[in-house]
Design a protein around this ligand. Structure first.
Ligand SMILES: C[S@@+](CC[C@H](N)C(=O)[O-])C[C@H]1O[C@@H](n2cnc3c(N)ncnc32)[C@H](O)[C@@H]1O
Length: 352
């Protein structure tokens, strides 16, 4: 008897939502503004930003305009002359994991930490231009609260990505931590800066299966927008003797991660902002690829080191991951296509 396809379970599109994920998020964004969502951090008083008239950057350069401010981002952002004009924000906050940052105390009571998170998220939303996007790098224990807060503020989720890294700290009491959440929200899903062509990579159809259908496409033959789980060579945590490493900094993000976001969500000359600058990754990459940028950093020592990186070191892995396949199996025998650089082959060089 011929096999009957089970259309209840094997829906065309598999895990794709029939209406489209963005459509569903868009509807949720409207509904959530009126929802009575309460979170633990709501029990703590909202931070009242200090009034700073014409805040002065501690460091500044031109072509493209690059500025670093020293202070608490909850105070700096509301006073910026660029408020409401920022095209892209990338935020990688302290996780409240007792990291010995130079100045910032990374061990608040939980409710205070949630309030802190909501306050800087609010400052970021207010700083964004109408077409702007907000990206947040956040761990398991705060991702849910951050998403709920952003949703109740009425901004729309476009993607909930995962940054997957290897070499997490060993433990045997539970699975080893190997990811961070990368949230992508916008003010207006119908009118946002999005350059998919800037970040394409070879599809698995091209890189593994040499499927002729992908090469027969009118445009972008064999290419696709990357998936929402990010990994591969140069995508690992920056530590040890990695050539990107800036000593004295914690949780440095790889350049390829920022390059993907900045190329996808801003154009040359646009304004990019990082409220937790750390070692300066965001401004370094933004400046290298022609974006204006603002960094805010609480510690004067970190800010000085970040500025040294932005101006004197610069980006060291420009385009290193662009256009590389993220396939995790070797090409099928006899189907190795020319031009598709496989992550697997490259990964044998040892640098994650
Ligand atoms: C996780 S690190 C950022 C790392 C950065 N993404 C990188 O690639 O180097 C967080 C940074 O935020 C700074 N910071 C903490 N609280 C802050 C605040 N309220 N305002 C501004 N900076 C803050 C810390 O000093 C630290 O350098």
């Amino acid at each position: 008897m011929a096999e009957r396809k089970n259309t209840d379970f094997d829906r065309p599109g598999g895990y794709a939502m029939p209406k489209g994920a963005t459509q569903v998020h868009r509807q949720a964004a409207k509904a959530m503004i009126d929802a009575d969502v309460r979170l633990y951090g709501d029990s703590v008083e909202v931070h009242q930003p200090r009034q700073i008239k014409n805040p002065a950057p501690k460091y500044q350069a031109v072509d493209p305009d690059t500025r670093v401010y020293v202070g608490d981002c909850r105070d700096v952002l509301p006073n910026l002359p660029d408020k409401g004009k920022v095209d892209l924000i990338f935020a990688d906050p302290p996780f409240n994991w007792d990291v010995p940052y130079d100045q910032w105390h990374d061990g608040m009571p939980r409710a205070e930490y949630e309030r802190f998170t909501f306050d800087w998220l609010d400052a970021c939303i207010d700083a964004l231009s109408p077409r702007g996007s907000l990206w947040v790098n956040i761990p398991d224990d705060t991702a849910a609260e951050a998403v709920l807060h952003l949703k109740r503020r009425g901004v729309t989720m476009i993607n909930w990505c995962i940054w997957h890294f290897r070499f997490g700290q060993h433990r045997d009491s539970s699975f080893i931590l190997s990811k961070s959440h990368v949230l992508y929200f916008v003010k207006d899903p119908d009118n946002r800066i999005w350059n998919s062509n800037e970040i394409l990579e070879p599809s698995d159809r091209a890189a593994i299966y040499a499927d002729p259908r992908t090469m027969a496409k009118e445009t972008n033959k064999g290419l696709r927008v990357p998936m929402d789980v990010w990994y591969g060579q140069y995508w690992g945590r920056i530590q040890g003797n990695n050539k990107e490493r800036r000593h004295g900094h914690h949780n440095q993000i790889p350049e390829v991660y920022l390059e993907r976001i900045i190329r996808a969500c801003s154009n040359e000359g646009d304004l990019v902002l990082d409220p937790f600058l750390g070692s300066g990754t965001t401004c370094t990459v933004a400046r290298a690829i022609g974006r204006r940028s603002i960094g805010v950093e609480y510690s004067p020592v970190n800010a000085e080191s970040a500025w040294d990186r932005v101006i004197n070191v610069g980006m060291v892995r420009m385009d290193a991951a662009l256009g590389r396949s993220s396939a995790i199996v070797q090409p099928r025998r006899g189907k190795r296509e020319k031009g598709g650089t496989l992550f697997l082959a490259a990964a044998s060089s040892g640098e994650e």
